[in-house]
Design a protein around this ligand. Structure first.
Ligand code: 26W
Length: 832
């Protein structure tokens, strides 16, 4: 890069005299035309709507730039404490609609596009989702940065700029196929490269001891292969407050000398190959949620993010404070989004000791008062562990430090529980066994001053189970922070009809203070308001029905109840239970048991990890059941079923506002929180759900009479293990028996008998961890209550309104205030 030093280090720009951009529709029209011609080089013969999108995006971006600069200056001037959200995933979705909303340009943009004869919706649809995440954890990070900007909290997101995001899901013959998501192919207007802030990241090599100038024995990492990290910044606008925060994503690149060395040795292909290795680091997002797979490239990604981000923070620190780190912990906080960036603990230690020559105790004091860790899962298979040999080969100096952290930590354990060797073995950061492993969650806990779960039940289960030993040692570290979602994207932006109705009823305060929705309560009793509410839902259902017809070729009638389950496909989330219910409804129709029937449209969507066989089988089963049900004339409008392909953020923006019944049916104790459940609630859907994750808190807020509860509790789930007999449950339940017969006789796999035997065996297995059969009866009964409730539209609408009314707790604004009050302790940055 030649950007580092130029002859004109400080040109005489008068940036205060750059003409203002203006916010009228007329200003926007001008901007769009200017970008169309000057930035994009187009003329009147250009017919690709892509250029129209780009011209509009540039025009909106112009309006972000000024605020972004002002925010950076204000935050620099304030020189206060800051937080950094370290996450391997940021599932941002589209930026344009959100930017228009947060800049207060919605109406002007609509007018401008109208004047230009362009359809705004179509333009918004041109943008590719930024799908840099798997599911809940990644989308949560995106909602967090939105809320931090709105609350004017000085928080920067740090992540990886994957060249390929979450794969595109195709459904071929009812089965999932994956296609690469080259989301950057048509450029990304929302990012600005900052090559002047590149960092060098070390891999490989070895550790060496040496004496420094003062004769002190020190360690250093030598013979490493360096990789460059280049930052790309995305603006994160707050809601109409002038604040624009930053999401900084790192792209990997080869260093020049790296290939030169090989080149001089006469091996040009090898030199290009090593360049490849560097560039692979930020090439692709791993599409696994919940099961770790121990791939070397993934560890490289984790260290790449951790090292680049910490070095970036330290670069700014040293610029201001020189080598004085005494106030570093008072001024900086790293929030670790699950264990994925946890190698940060050791990396900060390494930099402080090896590069700035702090002593161990001082470095540890700083590190362990700077890091905070959020856990997002209780599933043991999702707990990250890295083989020590891999760590040692890739990050030798970092492994040394982890060993030392562990040795000192175990000394503390031994002090507190003298002679309790078994406890030391249990708590060790290094797990012994055939292959030694680094337990990342334990490293995160030992190195952090705060450890939180993401819903009350989840946080309780963590300290009772998985982390009980650590809780006994450091009870003060543990806390709960119930998740949320941003109501800007998940109501104001995606549900315009309902937002308008709420605005005209109680004003717009809810957009930044969601609890104000509480004022809607009395309106639930007013027929006129309910009628308007129903009209909004109807409009949203018509919009979704159009999309479903387009992508699935199935007609959804907006009169029917829209019954929706969208989320990653996983056995613990129990899409299977949903399918069993659908088969039961089909069976009822076929046997004529349809008195007082409620018509239903069932939509199921979500991606399966490419290597997760059972999840893929479940997708195939949904597709096959849909095929049979939708083509049976006897069924007609009584029941429609689709598997919605390629579920993603922009799809949820159409699905959530149109949903009547939200399926949150995980095995109790397995879903850490869930956040889709909150999006549906906010948009006036009723939940059918178990006492799991945030469902419990949703039910507390909305009231038990407005929630369809079923299923075993987390405690009952645990108590069931060891004496679970699904076949007996099936045999004793006539409806269940018929459902299993349909499945087992091949009714949904006419041409491939036995296709679903792995599924039926799993249901019948006494070792089924997800207890599908145990909850079948109470689930079907709860579904029947929901169906009956839907027939009384007056009462249903009341319940729908109450769900929105009492969703105030589930804003990430509240979540961020909780993090800030208890963990970050940042001062908001008011702009001049
Ligand atoms: C190592 C592979 C891997 C990748 C991702 C393991 C685990 C994960 C995440 C923990 C998966 C995830 O997204 N968890 C979800 O986090 C949400 C936000 O807190 C919660 O609402 C969901 O309940 C939880 O499943």
């Amino acid at each position: 890069m030649t950007t580092k030093s130029t002859k004109n280090a400080t040109p005489k720009y008068d940036i205060t005299n750059v003409p203002p951009v203006g916010a009228t529709s007329y200003d926007l029209v001008n901007g769009i035309q200017r970008h169309f011609v000057r930035t994009l080089g187009q003329d009147n013969r250009s017919h690709s709507s892509h250029y129209n999108y780009q011209a509009l995006a540039f025009t909106i971006r112009d309006r972000l730039m000024e605020c972004w600069k002002d925010s950076r200056e204000a935050s620099c001037e304030a020189d206060g404490r800051r937080a950094y959200y370290l996450s391997l995933e940021f599932l941002m979705g589209r930026a344009m609609g959100n930017a228009m909303l947060n800049l207060g340009l919605d109406e002007q943009a609509e007018q401008a596009m109208h004047d230009l004869g362009i359809d705004l919706e179509e333009m918004i649809d041109e943008e590719h989702d930024a799908g840099l995440g798997n599911g809940g954890l990644g989308r949560l990070a995106a909602c967090f940065v939105d809320s931090c900007a709105t609350l004017q909290l000085p928080v920067t997101g740090y992540g990886i700029r994957y060249e390929y995001g979450m794969f595109r899901q195709l459904i071929k013959d009812g089965a999932q196929a994956e296609e690469p998501d080259h989301w950057l192919r048509n450029g990304n207007i929302w990012e600005i490269a900052r090559p002047e802030y590149e960092q060098r990241i070390h891999f490989g090599g070895r550790t060496e001891q040496y004496r420094d100038d003062a004769g002190v024995l020190r360690c250093r990492w030598v013979d490493a292969n360096d990789v460059l990290a280049i930052p790309y910044d995305t603006p994160i606008p707050g809601y109409q407050n002038g604040t624009v925060n930053t999401l900084r994503l790192w792209k990997s690149a080869a260093t020049d000398e790296f290939d030169l060395g090989e080149f001089n040795a006469g091996s040009y292909p090898e030199s290009v190959a090593s360049k490849n290795e560097a560039e692979h680091i930020s090439m692709v997002l791993y599409p696994n949620d919940s099961s770790e797979n121990g791939k070397e490239l993934r560890l490289r990604q984790q260290y790449f993010l951790a090292s680049a981000s910490i070095k970036d923070v330290i670069r700014r620190w040293v610029e201001k404070n020189g080598n004085d780190f005494s106030q570093f912990a008072a001024k900086n906080c790293f929030q670790l989004n699950d264990t994925h960036p946890t190698v940060s603990v050791a990396e900060l230690m390494r930099i402080l000791m090896d590069e700035y020559h702090l002593e161990w105790d001082d470095a540890w004091e700083i590190t362990s008062k700077t890091m905070a860790y959020t856990n997002h899962t209780l599933l043991p298979e999702a707990l990250e562990r890295w083989p020590v040999y891999l760590f040692g080969r890739l990050l030798p100096r970092v492994l040394d430090i982890i060993y030392e952290i562990n040795a000192r930590f175990l000394t503390e354990v031994a002090k507190q529980w003298p002679g309790d060797v078994e406890r030391q073995r249990r708590m060790s950061i290094i797990e012994e066994g055939d292959v030694q492993q680094v337990r990342m969650a334990y490293l995160a806990i030992a190195g952090s001053y705060s450890v939180n779960g993401v819903a009350q039940l989840h946080s309780d289960l963590l300290v009772e189970g998985l982390f009980a030993d650590f809780y006994a040692m450091w009870p003060e570290k543990f806390n709960n922070k119930t998740n949320g979602v941003t109501q800007r994207r998940w109501m104001a932006m995606c549900n315009k009809p309902m937002s308008a109705l709420i605005n005209e009823t109680i004003g717009e305060g809810w957009v930044t203070k969601l609890s104000e929705l509480g004022q809607l309560a009395p309106y639930a009793e007013k027929a006129a308001f309910r009628k308007k509410w129903a009209a909004c839902k109807r409009q949203n259902k018509e919009r979704l029905a159009e999309v479903v017809e387009q992508v699935c070729g199935v007609r959804f009638s907006p009169d029917a109840m829209f019954d929706v389950q969208v989320k990653r496909i996983h056995e613990y989330k129990r899409q299977l239970l949903n399918v069993l219910h659908v088969i039961h409804l089909y069976d009822r129709i076929k046997r004529g048991d349809t008195a007082n029937w409620t018509n239903r449209c069932v939509l199921i969507g979500g991606k399966a990890a490419p290597g997760y066989y059972m999840a893929k089988q479940i997708i195939k089963l949904v597709s096959n059941v849909a095929e049979v049900v939708n083509n049976d004339p006897e069924v007609g409008d009584k029941l429609k079923v689709v598997f919605f392909p390629n579920y993603r953020v922009s799809a949820m923006e159409i699905i959530a506002p149109a949903t009547d019944l939200s399926e949150q049916i995980s095995t109790a104790g397995k879903e850490a929180s869930g956040t889709g459940n909150m999006k549906f609630m906010m948009n006036g859907a009723m939940t059918i759900g178990t006492l799991d994750g945030a469902n419990i808190e949703i039910r507390e807020e909305v009231g038990e009479e407005n929630f369809f509860l079923f299923g075993l509790t987390a405690e009952e789930v645990e108590a069931t293990r060891g004496h679970y007999d699904p076949s007996a449950i099936i045999a004793a339940d006539e409806d269940f028996k018929r459902v299993m017969e349909l499945l087992e006789c091949g009714h949904f796999s006419q041409f491939e008998p036995g296709l679903f035997s792995s599924i039926t065996h799993a249901i019948r297995g006494s070792d089924d961890p997800w207890l599908v059969a145990a909850d079948f009866r109470t689930y079907v009964d709860a579904q029947q209550r929901a169906a009956e409730a839907y027939q009384d539209q007056k009462s249903w609408l009341r319940m729908s309104i109450f769900n929105t009314t009492y969703s105030g707790k589930f804003s990430t604004d509240r979540t961020m205030e909780d993090y800030n009050r208890d963990i970050w302790k940042l001062e908001p940055i008011k702009l001049k």
